[in-house]
Design a protein around this ligand. Sequence first.
Ligand SMILES: C[S@@+](CC[C@H](N)C(=O)[O-])C[C@H]1O[C@@H](n2cnc3c(N)ncnc32)[C@H](O)[C@@H]1O
Length: 281
Amino acid sequence: MHGMHARLPKNFVLEERLEKYADVIELEPRHYVGRWAQACSQLLPESPKADFTEVRLDLGCGKGAFVVQAATNEPSVLYVAMDAEPLCIAYAAQHITEAGLRNAVVVPGKGSDVSHVFGVGEVSCIHLNFPTPYPRKKDAHKRLVILDRLLEYAQVLAPGGTVRLRTDSQPLRDFALTQFDLAGYDIVRSSDDERRLRPHEPTSEYEERLVAQGAKVLCVWATPVRVPEHPVQTASLSLVDYFPDDLFADGYVPHGMGGAVTNLRNRNRRRTTPTKGQSPS
Ligand SMILES: C[S@@+](CC[C@H](N)C(=O)[O-])C[C@H]1O[C@@H](n2cnc3c(N)ncnc32)[C@H](O)[C@@H]1O
């Protein structure tokens, strides 16, 4: 996991973990394109078998705390948890298995795989919980809320389906708003303090840790409403350009942005503190 590295237990062997929890890991997700709800319901022990009512994707699921809570709360919904990191896949699969869930499956994959894993209109909701911010312009293409990804998500979302972003990062949230607009989405819900407004929503590992450090949870739900004719990236790609003028003077600096904030604060200090024989510029 980016930034906050998971401490591995003694004797942790990734391959062994992946094998141990293989029952809930799907290595050939393309076999299920367009039929996840039906195919996974056939694995349930109950009879007669009813298809799952919805398919939701937890993209960048991390160690799976969110998906375990969400799937427990809604047994008729199939949750697909996807992450690019094998370590996260192993942990998420372990937690799903230990919770005895039959309505959650883990898929190794990246954001750019989403449109190859699901059929048109198959997914009712894509959860992006605390996605890695990748603040630098040169890494912007890796963000899960960038124009190209949002255009792909729009293909697999059902009518009225939503992308639901939760983040501690105002710069990432504000960047995401530009991308939703360019990709033809409308914002259907947003808040600057989701924990206060909806305290009973499932939470992720990052949410728990960052809130304990003073973060507020910012949320945006967006739904695709038009297909842009010529989608072109016009937004500024460096997250520094979305920093507040006071450089987070209220204390909390979003996860992954500490280095950039320190550099900017130092630069501002040098500008306003005259060195001997110089007047401030
Ligand atoms: C900051 S962690 C958040 C994990 C979890 N959602 C949470 O809130 O605790 C970001 C996660 O996204 C995954 N990730 C980063 N880029 C990704 C990508 N392009 N596709 C899929 N997963 C990605 C990382 O491996 C990591 O597990």
